[in-house]
Design a protein around this ligand. Structure first.
Ligand code: A2P
Length: 293
């Protein structure tokens, strides 16, 4: 299975990352430490997760060289106005203890004003935000830029602008319950790498994911754990996978991926794509817009 994918910039992004969404401040440091010790080279975080300082401290304590680690962060909804972008990026950089990010994503295709109301104009066309990100790439503070939670129409809408730099990745919910085969196909055709968040189904659905009969059968057949079957399936589909755990033993388990035999891969792909898709996460309606509808 690929250990890395090459982005249009030429940078190689590691295929498995430690995801730190919902990793409490008090536990995230241990998880990052375990991840770096076991060989993770990629941490996926965001400004809104509220734990960048703790991630930064763990990185510093590890003595892993900055160039050997891939760091992703994300621009929160309230900072899409071009004047706000660099300040909040600088905040992430300083908390992480670095002077550049490998990847910076627009976290949601939703721009909100300071009072929480929707900024319709920037939500409908995020080009001004994107131009600011392009400028920050030129300035050397970010190496690659992308988006998160964008569906095909929203990506088409963004890329219809005269972009200098195309979105390199789109980070979306991808798991057994929401495998998004159309988005995966379209993204490959358009050279946009998908990243899978909630790859195990996220809190509340993990147990259900790990007990899918096909997943259990393949785990037994290959002598690996159900979580390893699912994480391997993601990479075999050609996406970056971001399993989150704050338990060191699971952090270690989740990096050990194996190529599934073709029949096993096809069996799991078929099972995942033949039930009604169920999205785990869509806060957008609370923000006054239905982004997936
Ligand atoms: P914990 O952090 O307590 O280990 P996802 O990556 O889909 O968002 O899923 C994250 C959830 O899955 C977390 O609740 C995490 O719990 C749990 N989890 C992560 N890795 C494993 C694993 N290998 N086996 C069982 N549960 C796991």
């Amino acid at each position: 299975l690929p250990t890395h994918y090459t982005l249009p910039s030429g940078d190689r992004i590691p295929s498995v990352a430690l995801g730190v969404w919902q990793a409490p401040k008090s536990e995230v440091g241990e998880a990052v430490k375990a991840a770096l010790e076991t060989g993770y080279k990629h941490i996926d975080g965001a400004w809104i997760y509220g734990n960048e300082a703790e991630v930064g401290q763990a990185l510093k304590a590890s003595n892993v060289s900055r160039k050997d680690i891939w760091l992703t962060s994300k621009l929160w909804n309230t900072f899409h106005v071009p004047e706000a972008v660099e300040t909040v990026l600088d905040e992430s950089l300083s908390r992480l203890g670095t002077d550049y990010l490998d990847l910076y994503l627009i976290h949601w295709p939703v721009a909100t004003n300071k009072d929480g109301t929707l900024n319709n104009q920037l939500t409908e066309n995020p080009y001004p935000t994107w131009q600011k990100l392009e400028e920050l790439v030129e300035k050397g503070k970010i190496r690659n830029i992308g988006v998160s939670n964008f569906n095909i129409p929203r990506l088409k809408n963004l890329t219809a602008n005269p972009l200098k730099i195309k979105p390199a990745v789109n980070q979306v919910e991808l798991n057994f319950w929401l495998p998004q085969p159309e988005l995966l196909k379209w993204s490959k055709e358009n050279d946009i790498l998908l990243e899978a968040y909630s790859p195990l189904g996220s809190t509340g659905r993990v147990g259900k994911s790990l007990s899918v009969p096909e997943v259990k059968e393949i785990a037994t057949e290959l002598g690996i754990t159900p979580a390893q079957v699912i994480i391997s399936w993601h990479v075999q589909r050609g996406v970056v996978v971001l399993p989150k755990s704050v338990h060191p033993s699971r952090v270690v388990e989740n990096l050990q991926i194996t190529k599934l035999p073709e029949a096993a891969f096809n069996k799991l792909e078929k099972a995942a794509t033949s039930h009604t898709p169920e999205r785990g996460l869509d806060p957008s309606k609370n923000w006054g817009v239905d982004i997936f509808g």
